[in-house]
Design a protein around this ligand. Structure first.
Ligand code: 5GP
Length: 188
């Protein structure tokens, strides 16, 4: 745990294709005091995507978990459910929590835990974001839907965020996030 005894909650959000997943994986590798929550989703697993990227489940299973208050936050994103299971605080073993989620979920977490830190990531340009979305094999309509959603959400994300970082260089962005987390830990 951090100094105050309760875990720091670090919410990493930003539009699809901004590189959230890669950045968060790097953070977790570097800092053993961070614990990454594994989300549930009803989306199909992508080709080549690791089986433990999410807990992949059927809509009915997801809805049952909603009904039993099993999610810290959940949302519907472009036709699928995504949600953060309520973490087992005892299992955290003193680690701080990282959530990699979209903006609606980030808003719910901030409302419930105002002390949570929201880091909102931006792509260096729309072109680069589109290139990254295509690079991971998303179909054309999905790419367009995600780009449209990004344009709508960016102003809201910037307004809600504690930190806004442009991911133009992976190493640099990870370094910035490491210093944000260090600063937040030392403030507590
Ligand atoms: P993808 O389908 O690309 O894996 O994820 C779509 C969006 O859902 C991404 O912005 C991702 O960060 C977000 N997401 C992943 N897990 C969760 C979750 O548990 N809750 C919420 N609200 N969003 C999530």
């Amino acid at each position: 745990m951090t100094n105050s005894g309760s875990p720091l909650i670090v919410v990493v959000s930003g539009p699809g294709g901004v590189g959230k997943g890669t950045i968060v994986d790097r953070l977790i590798e570097q800092d053993e005091r961070l614990w990454l929550s594994r989300s549930w989703t009803t989306r199909e697993r992508r080709e080549g995507e690791s089986a433990d990227a999410y807990t992949f489940c059927a809509p009915q299973q997801f809805e049952e978990r909603i009904a039993t208050n099993g999610f810290l936050e959940w949302t519907e994103f472009l036709g699928n459910y995504y949600g953060t299971p309520v973490p087992d605080l005892d299992g955290l073993d003193g680690r701080d929590v990282v959530l990699e989620i979209e903006l609606d979920g980030a808003r719910q977490v901030k409302a419930r835990f105002p002390e949570a830190i929201l880091i909102f990531l931006l792509p260096p340009s729309r072109e680069e974001q589109e290139r990254r979305l295509r690079g991971r094999g998303d179909a054309n309509d999905k790419v367009f839907a995600r780009l449209r959603k990004a344009e709508l959400e960016e102003p809201l994300g910037k307004a809600l965020a504690d930190y806004v970082l442009v991911n133009d260089d992976l190493d640099g962005t990870v370094r910035e996030m490491v210093s944000v987390i260090a600063a937040e830990r030392s403030r507590r």
